[in-house]
Design a protein around this ligand. Sequence first.
Ligand SMILES: *[C@@H]1O[C@H](CO)[C@@H](O)[C@H](O)[C@H]1NC(C)=O
Ligand SMILES: *[C@@H]1O[C@H](CO)[C@@H](O)[C@H](O)[C@H]1NC(C)=O
Length: 370
Amino acid sequence: MDKNNASSFLSCILLSLVVTFTWSSVAPQVEARAFFVFGDSLVDNGNNNYLATTARADSYPYGIDYPTHRATGRFSNGLNIPDLISEQIGSEPTLPYLSPELNGERLLVGANFASAGVGILNDTGIQFINIIRIGRQLEFFEQYQQRVSALIGVEQTQRLVNQALVLITLGGNDFVNNYYLVPFSARSRQFALPDYVVYLISEYRKILVRLYELGSRRVLVTGTGPIGCVPAELAIHSRNGECAADLQQAADLFNPQLADLLTQLNREIGSDVFISANAFTMNMDFVSNPEAYGFVTSKIACCGQGAYNGIGLCTPASNLCPNRDILAFWDPFHPSERANRFIVERFMTGSTKYMNPMNLSTIMALDSRI
Ligand SMILES: *[C@@H]1O[C@H](CO)[C@@H](O)[C@H](O)[C@H]1NC(C)=O
Ligand SMILES: *[C@@H]1O[C@H](CO)[C@@H](O)[C@H](O)[C@H]1NC(C)=O
């Protein structure tokens, strides 16, 4: 390094120190990696509490095992999948985007835009009336970025979003609460199942491309779980407690095509932006062998009524099991906190059978080097 270079190098350091100093005195610094969540009730942290909808989890006994022992809008007895991912990446849990508490520096932690009842299609979940459809969730993400820009500037915001972790969970409701909701549903008269799946995938592609355009660079995409095996479907669509064949077939068609779509998008982008999380296998592990996971059964929901506690909603009047840790399902559709922990463990350290092309520990190690 000659003298000139050395002095310009020094002034560069000085300049960046000055910039850093003035910057931190006017704006809060971005610290841990931000986390953004999109999708349905498997990942909603409470947005629906603020909406006039029947898809809600804001009263007892929801949240019975949550740290506050209060219902929060999470469809769980305790923590849900996004909470446990936040725990793993060392962040505070994200607040629902509609929460009035989501302001100031709390915006830098990220946000949860998910809304119970939504699907890939706009007509999924219409029976729940007022929910935040996925297109609207993406508009809120844009609005979020404008709000954060006012706080830390456009460039810092861009960086925060590019470096963030994103989770999106969609698809289950397009079958459960649309195609198979009633016999001869409009969509089932319009499409044979294989054609409906192709249509869903083509619509999902647009959603994922939009997420990328909005700055997302690490996106965990879950396929659907074993939707034929949830207590609600055992109660209405199955004989002898076996998983409902039509819904399982839907998942069997949908999940591999979603995985292919992600591979194709990554190839087009030239980078591993989209990570396929095989929710089907993650759930199927404890559904087909509950005892190996310390569950007494995977067929009966803790909270509900009727066959398998699978009929209707979980309400204060429902049956409630005394020990939530020994059942895989909390309510007729949603895993218990303990089951969610097994799922997120696979997110973190699962082999390519569960996480493709890589698991979350690998992503964290890779991204920390940038
Ligand atoms: C869903 O609704 C949004 C907003 O109204 C619209 O922009 C979008 O095109 C719709 N999607 C489909 C597949 O109709
Ligand atoms: C997943 O994580 C574990 C470590 O936690 C690692 O050994 C393994 O290689 C990872 N698998 C993949 C496919 O990245």
